[in-house]
Design a binder for this molecule. Structure first.
Ligand code: ADP
Length: 431
């Protein structure tokens, strides 16, 4: 089992890690893309803006009223602006070589095509020193008016060197990769923690289940041993009359009855654990129902010289699973009789408490010690082993009663009685 749990935890860990890692990778990629887009956006916007604004173009081109016959116009890009202007003739040759300074050789290598006009693109060329030069470029066909004015200029290619931007983006990329490693480490830690957290309830319920099975088999073993020994004893006396062995037979029968009760209790608990208990709700007249359930116990109390009293029984109807409520009351009444002495009092009452309904069964019996109180609703818990052997309980009654009450969205509570004894309260929602 432990091995299987470890395997399950490992599985949870891998699943969590994959989820976290994919999340971090997606986030990283999105951040990187957004960063790249936003960094290039300014440049691209400037290029587009510049290409669309003929008036500004003319300003920047600084062409003071050129005449048609001016063959080699003095075209200078504004020196404080990072956009370079390359004027090309219709065949692509650069017209404003003089304005482009020593970079002209490199610019000659710039790819140019009259096909992809008005689109911002990235172009990379090799500089003279062997380095890479990266540009965002946009080529625009000048209007007929411009072409007329500044012949032989046909195309304007706007270029911006983005090496610095690329450097920044590369730095960001590495920074993001380093962050990713950090986040992966976080993902490993988180996944491990989560896998441990998710395995905890399974581990706990498995432990409870193992405890339950071992307690149950332990409890099943003792009546079976008694029955077996009694039967073996009877087998050694084949010629005896039944009447002579009636005591042994009665003990075996008694143990069989206990066994039947125990197996039915175990079945109820396993069904309730599996969520297989169906509620059959019906409306019942509460005082009438209580009087009917209590009647045989009242008679038993009289026989045992105990006093059975009724407190206030609020006249009301209740929608509830009658059989289950009956079973809970029987468990409590049974215990009240088991754990009280001659002369003790048992009292049943119904009261309203903060919008809830409380069915109270109080007794003046031996009560439950403070140390045992937190455990009395646990399966197989008995306050005193020897005393309970005598009273015949397995410590399952209250555990089952609690589950049955909780199934009806209620609560089974315990209070100490004053000056001695116990009070069990079935608290239900009023419906
Ligand atoms: P059991 O079958 O042993 O009575 P229960 O689950 O009904 O099992 O009760 C668990 C334990 O709680 C009992 O063994 C007993 O010690 C204690 N208990 C239950 N009801 C009372 C009560 N009315 N007075 C004193 N002790 C009680």
């Amino acid at each position: 089992m432990e091995k299987q749990l470890k395997k399950q935890q490992w599985k949870f860990f891998i699943q969590n890690f994959i989820a976290f890692a994919s999340l971090f990778i997606c986030l990283g990629l999105i951040i990187f893309q957004l960063l790249q887009i936003s960094m290039y956006q300014d440049v691209d916007n400037q290029l587009l803006e510049m290409s669309e604004n003929d008036q500004r173009l003319e300003e920047f081109l600084r062409l003071p009223n050129p005449t048609k016959d001016q063959k080699n116009p003095q075209i200078k890009p504004p020196s404080d602006f990072q956009i370079q202007f390359i004027l090309r003739a219709s065949d692509g040759t650069i017209v404003n070589e003089g304005d482009l300074g020593n970079r002209i050789k490199e610019y000659q290598n710039l790819t140019w095509s009259a096909d992809n006009l008005d689109e911002v693109k990235t172009t990379t060329i090799t500089a003279e020193d062997g380095g890479k030069l990266i540009f965002r470029t946009l080529t625009k066909e000048l209007s007929a008016e411009f072409q007329d004015k500044y012949e032989p200029v046909s195309y304007l290619q706007l270029i911006v060197n983005t090496n610095q931007l690329e450097d920044t983006i590369q730095r960001m990329k590495w920074l993001l990769i380093i962050c990713m490693f950090f986040f992966f480490a976080v993902a490993v830690a988180l996944s491990f923690w989560l896998s441990q957290k998710s395995i905890q309830p399974i581990h706990k319920s498995l432990q409870q289940q193992q405890l339950f099975v071992s307690d149950a088999s332990h409890e099943l073993r003792s009546p079976l041993t008694i029955i077996q020994s009694k039967l073996e004893l009877l087998l050694t006396k084949p010629y005896e009359q039944i009447i002579d062995e009636s005591e042994n037979i009665a003990v075996a029968l008694n143990e069989t009855q206990r066994l039947t009760q125990l197996t039915s209790d175990l079945l109820t608990l396993t069904q309730s654990d599996a969520g297989g208990v169906q509620l059959v709700n019906e409306t019942l007249d509460l005082p009438q129902f209580l009087l009917k359930v209590v009647e045989p116990y009242q008679e038993l109390a009289v026989l045992q010289e105990k006093v059975f009293e009724f407190g206030e029984l609020l006249p009301m109807t209740l929608t509830i699973d009658e059989k289950k409520l009956h079973q809970v009351l029987v468990t409590l009444l049974d215990n009240a009789l088991k754990y009280t002495q001659t002369g003790d009092k048992i009292a049943l009452s119904v009261e309203k408490y903060k919008e809830k309904l409380r069915i109270k069964l109080a007794d003046t019996g031996c009560g439950i010690s403070r140390e045992s109180q937190p455990y009395i609703f646990n399966r197989f818990y008995r306050e005193d082993q020897s005393r309970n052997r005598k009273t015949g309980g397995y410590g399952l009654g209250l555990a089952i009663a609690k589950e049955l009450v909780e199934m009806q969205q209620g609560q089974l509570l315990f209070q100490e009685n004053n000056p001695k004894g116990s009070i069990f309260i079935i608290e239900l929602n009023q419906t």
